[in-house]
Design a protein around this ligand. Structure first.
Ligand SMILES: CC(=O)SCCNC(=O)CCNC(=O)[C@H](O)C(C)(C)COP(=O)(O)OP(=O)(O)OC[C@H]1O[C@@H](n2cnc3c(N)ncnc32)[C@H](O)[C@@H]1OP(=O)(O)O
Ligand SMILES: CC(=O)C(=O)O
Length: 531
């Protein structure tokens, strides 16, 4: 089995992505998770760039890594300075990182018009900087910035820059598609030609790496093509964060290398941590996870079309390219207007529901759900309400409370902000409860009043809180008024669940979603007790 080396640059190139920021302490936590997942190199930042990066390397000196080597990133020395005079090279050495990655210029356009340098001085900068860092007992990885664009413009010079790095002593050349504009076939051809060139020179122990940006949505494909053409190291970031459109997403690259290309790079135990690693990093970056992200997204193994669900119930291979558990993900079935009876049967089993003795079958349930979706409901976003509807349709619904009436008032005067009050009358076990409460808004007042009424009888309600509230206006059909769809997300100690309400009136729609969340929470607790 051929080996692949996994090089993560989330903490450096990932942080060059818009809105991505990690404090040094965040970086420590992320580095631990990357190490725990078996990543081989963790690039911690550019110590010559900012105090935060330097602080991370101070913290990293005290850390023990079981799998990974920490790498500090920087550039070759500046023109007109010696290596000893170059603050950036000194900061790399002082970082204490055992490995150092420096980038140098491969494209004559950058050498001449951007650095306003000579080609010869650029070669000297590369060779001397590599040699200088090696003389300080560092492993040196050479990132050939813009290598593919440089090769296309002037192949002989681009190869000379790599030769300079090898003459300086590095044994790892990383070919970078810095602008992300290369196509997979170009990556393949140029990587092969470059590797063949160095085979003729015969440098013992020389390996190649790849670093791709995603400007043409090709970063993963280009990285995989480079490996196919002979590269060993793949640089990328978790979730594909990075400059402009990002880097090659390691949450896709790693499963592809391990499962599709049979490269020795990660144990199956660590591969199953990829989903949690992806979620942890998006949580730390405070960026919502992308549902459609291959392998690790919530929808990566979600089946919505009835034809698909019917088939995967017979054999998951029918619509899944791999078992979701291999990357820590799971299969999901969604019920919607695109469903057939199979979605209902699958869902009922998953929810631990039998179809009841009502004589209602999957076909009848699915057509009722299609009618509700036509009215504006959206059950793929509200599985708790879906369960309650299925219970109602199969005559298994046991209400914990019934609404008699509610009244909500909102007051505003020019002196004070808005203030909402709700009064609610409900029936629990033939007893009538009347309560009133205030809230920041009408839904919060209603939530507080219902909570107050139910807490006396069901104290477990206190474990549950409303965490998200979304309203969407849905176009009226057949000349009717526009409706609103309210989605509420609630959370208790162990569960997150979503409920839905639809009405022409926002308070009525909110009430439906709110009432479903309390009903669902109480039935969930009873089910758990019964287990
Ligand atoms: C492809 C990549 O993603 S490489 C990584 C890019 N990442 C970053 O830029 C983030 C960190 N950068 C920084 O904090 C700052 O840009 C610093 C500290 C590195 C440099 O800051 P400054 O000294 O103020 O320079 P500034 O950012 O304006 O310009 C970059 C300089 O580096 C030079 N340079 C660029 N690449 C290289 C290289 N490989 N070798 C030597 N010098 C280089 C440029 O020619 C320019 O030089 P100039 O100041 O003589 O014009
Ligand atoms: C080195 C690097 O980040 C690049 O070339 O894109």
């Amino acid at each position: 089995m051929e080996k692949a080396l996994l090089y993560d640059t989330t903490l450096r190139d990932g942080m060059q992505g818009e809105n991505i920021f990690f404090s040094p302490e965040d970086k420590v936590k992320i580095a631990r998770r990357l190490d725990d997942a078996g990543i081989h190199y963790i690039e911690g930042g550019w110590p010559g760039s900012n105090p935060g990066a330097q602080h991370f390397f101070e913290l990293a000196k005290k850390m023990e890594f079981k799998n990974a080597k920490v790498t500090a990133f920087g550039s070759t020395r500046r023109q007109g300075k010696t290596c000893e005079q170059d603050g950036n090279l000194q900061a790399l050495i002082n970082s204490g990182a055992p490995a150092i990655t420096i980038f140098g210029k491969s494209w004559d356009l950058h050498v001449e018009s951007i650095m306003q340098n000579t080609k010869e001085e650029n070669l000297a900068m590369i060779k001397q900087s590599v040699a200088y860092l090696l003389s300080h007992d560092k492993e040196v990885i050479y990132d050939a910035e813009h290598f593919f664009d440089g090769y296309k413009a002037n192949p002989l010079y681009a190869l000379k820059t790599l030769e300079a790095a090898v003459e300086g002593g590095t044994r790892c050349l990383v070919l970078c598609d810095t602008n992300g504009g290369s196509m997979p076939c170009e990556i393949d051809t140029i990587t092969r030609a470059t590797i063949d060139h160095f085979k003729k020179i015969d440098v013992p122990g020389l390996i190649f790496g790849i670093h791709c940006h995603n400007d043409c949505a090709m970063a993963v494909a280009n990285s995989i093509n480079a490996v196919h053409a002979g590269a060993t190291m793949v640089q990328g970031t978790i979730n594909g964060y990075g400059e402009r459109c990002g880097n090659a997403d390691l949450t896709a690259v790693i499963p592809i290398l391990a499962l599709k290309m049979n490269r020795e790079c990660i144990s199956s135990e660590n591969l199953a941590k990829i989903l949690n690693l992806s979620r942890f990093i998006s949580e730390t970056a405070n960026v919502p996870p992308v549902n459609s992200r291959p392998f690790v997204g919530k929808s990566a193994f979600a089946h919505k079309g009835g034809v698909h669900v019917s088939a995967i119930m017979k054999n998951p291979l029918a619509y899944e390219h791999m078992a979701p558990e291999l990357v820590g993900n799971k299969r999901r079935v969604i019920v919607s207007e695109q469903s057939g009876k199979s979605n209902i049967e699958y869902k009922a089993k998953e929810m631990g529901m039998n179809m009841g003795k009502s004589g209602v079958n999957g076909h009848q349930i699915v057509s009722s759900i299609k009618e509700l979706e036509d009215d504006g409901f959206e059950f793929d976003a509200a599985e708790a309400s879906l369960k309650l509807i299925m219970e109602k349709l199969t005559e298994q619904f046991v209400p914990y409370f019934e609404l008699e009436s509610f009244r909500v008032t909102v007051e505003k005067d020019k002196e004070r902000p808005c203030c909402s009050h709700a009064m609610i009358k409900i029936k629990v076990d033939k007893e009538t409860e009347i309560t009133a409460a205030e809230g920041d808004g009408p839904v919060s007042a209603l939530d507080n009043a219902l909570r107050k009424a139910l807490t006396k009888i069901f104290p477990q309600i206190n474990d549950m809180r409303l965490v998200d509230f979304k309203v969407r206006v849905i176009d009226g059909k057949d000349g009717t008024d526009a409706k609103v769809r309210v989605l509420i997300e609630s959370r208790d100690e162990n569960n997150i669940f979503s409920t839905i309400g639809v009405s022409e009136d926002i308070i009525e729609a909110s009430w439906q979603a709110l009432a479903d969340s309390f009903q669902y929470k109480l039935s969930l607790d009873d089910q758990n007790k019964a287990k």
